[in-house]
Design a protein around this ligand. Structure first.
Ligand code: BG6
Length: 464
């Protein structure tokens, strides 16, 4: 029989809990996946919130007032920086003797060290089994990530730690693995002999939307590149694991990160671009900020499979439209058509569209219908479309069931920070930041950045 558990959400009044975690918990409840859940405790420090207000927040967040679901919840007011206030949580937890505790840190990275320390200290009095889920970014640079690993391991065993990156719960992201390793026709061409370059993008039309307190200290590189985009890169570049096990899959991902060529501090301008959308300061009522809301980075994976193939990672806010994608751009076909017929060959591509829809698109060339056999080929495509699923839901089930395959390992997190650290340092020392208009494709510098390599940014959506 499955273990009973209690979920404790730090940041229970925050944006993440309200927009993602509560709706996901409601879905799991409807699917009878919370039958063993004895309690869900939300914590927050807002003085004007009591049980009634908390229940209202829950109702608004899930769009339902199911009494049984709401009765699972309890609110505990704690100022997470004050060690003495953790006793309020202790009072709530002490009645659960058998249950496993699942602590979920849905708070900004600069709060993690103090929460984990305070939590760890009071947990010494409990013998319950426990898990801790830590949101991204795990730390805010290499040093803080290392420190956070040390502190977390002081109180939790590695098997109890779930460093979450919700992109790994996305259907199409998981299908990168699925498509590559289940089909000989793709795996055979998945290398530097056939692939020209790879683009991994998370473009958003929304701005900072009231998250300035978090975002202005973090910026696009730490918010998206170090974690979400780097994770997609590992799934595209990894070797097949020896076996379907947590250790084997995570091990292969770490090998990719270790093979990424370090960007030297002085080479940062050659390999990156950043920008800030116009109005970022005005909208958010702050006077000066050098925080990037757009970041593009070029990386190389120095191994036998990927030697010389650039991986372009880019993300930005307030852009023309939302598109999250991974695009594999193949080399142009040599020979007949281009040389004899004077046609300009196009590249074939495999596009993983991660948002707003789940699609895998294969673009290739065919002669035009009804044209001569020697006509210049024109681009055409085939696509698979899947349903939209909530990434956090899959990951929550994994946490409950204790499957850490899709969570980030200690060495994985540190290596991904090591890769971006020179960029963090350089950008800090050189605060000049290009400004781009909201609703555009990003800073002009980003167009020049890829054009100088003889390439262009690709989009899977029409009219981008
Ligand atoms: C989060 C970032 O991790 O991912 C946000 O903090 C970003 O800034 C979000 O908007 C994008 O995720 P999704 O799933 O909405 O594409």
């Amino acid at each position: 029989m499955r273990k009973k558990f209690v979920i404790i959400i730090f940041g229970g009044l925050g944006d993440l809990a309200r927009s993602k975690l509560y709706p996901v918990l409601f879905n799991l409840y409807k699917k009878s996946q919370l039958l063993n859940c004895s309690r869900i405790i939300g914590t927050g420090r807002r003085p004007n919130v009591g049980r009634e207000e908390f229940i209202q927040i829950l109702k608004d967040s899930v769009g339902n007032d199911d009494r049984d679901f709401l009765s699972l919840f309890e609110f505990v007011r704690i100022d997470l920086d004050k060690a003495e206030e953790y006793s309020f949580l202790k009072e709530s937890l002490v009645r659960f003797k058998e249950e496993e505790f699942i602590f979920y840190l849905a708070t900004p990275p600069f709060t993690f060290e103090s929460i984990i320390t305070n939590l760890g200290n009071f947990l010494k009095e409990f013998s319950n089994e426990k898990k801790i889920v830590i949101e991204k970014p795990f730390g805010y640079d290499l040093e803080s990530a290392k420190r956070l690993n040390i502190i977390t391991k002081r109180f939790f065993r590695e098997e109890e730690i779930y460093r979450i990156d919700h992109f790994l719960g996305k259907e199409t992201v998981q299908n990168i693995f699925g498509l590559r390793f289940s089909n000989i026709i793709f795996e055979g061409i998945w290398n530097r002999n056939f692939i020209d370059h790879i683009q991994i993008s998370a473009l958003e039309d929304v701005g900072v939307e009231g998250r300035l307190g978090y975002y202005d200290r973090i910026g696009a590189l730490r918010d998206m590149v170090q974690n979400h985009l780097m994770q997609i890169l590992t799934l595209i570049a990894m070797e097949p694991p020896c076996c379907i096990s947590e250790g084997a899959i995570r091990g292969e991902k770490v090998k990719v990160l270790k093979s990424i060529r370090d960007i030297k501090y002085e080479d940062v301008p050659l390999n990156t671009v950043r920008g800030q959308y116009e109005g970022y300061l005005k909208d958010e009522k702050i006077s000066l900020s050098h925080t990037e809301t757009y970041a593009a980075v070029k990386l190389y994976v120095d191994n036998l499979r990927w030697d010389g193939v650039p991986f372009y990672l880019r993300t930005g806010k307030k852009l023309k439209k939302k598109e999250t994608s991974a695009i594999i751009v193949f080399k142009k076909i040599p020979g007949l058509f281009s040389k004899l017929l004077d046609c300009t060959p196009q590249e074939d591509i495999i596009g993983f569209k991660i948002a707003p829809e789940n699609k895998i698109i294969l673009s290739f060339q065919l002669r035009p219908l009804g044209g001569s056999i020697l006509s210049c080929p024109i681009p055409t495509s085939m696509e698979w479309t899947g349903p939209n699923m909530e990434a956090y839901e899959t990951l929550f089930v994994d946490i409950i069931e204790g499957d850490r395959t899709l969570f980030i390992r200690e060495d994985e997190i540190e290596r991904s920070w090591e890769i971006v650290q020179p960029i963090i340092d350089f950008w800090k020392d050189d605060p000049k930041i290009p400004i781009y208009p909201p609703g555009s494709l990003g800073p002009k510098e980003a167009e020049d950045f890829i054009r100088k390599d003889g390439r262009v940014w690709r989009y899977l959506s029409q009219n981008s």
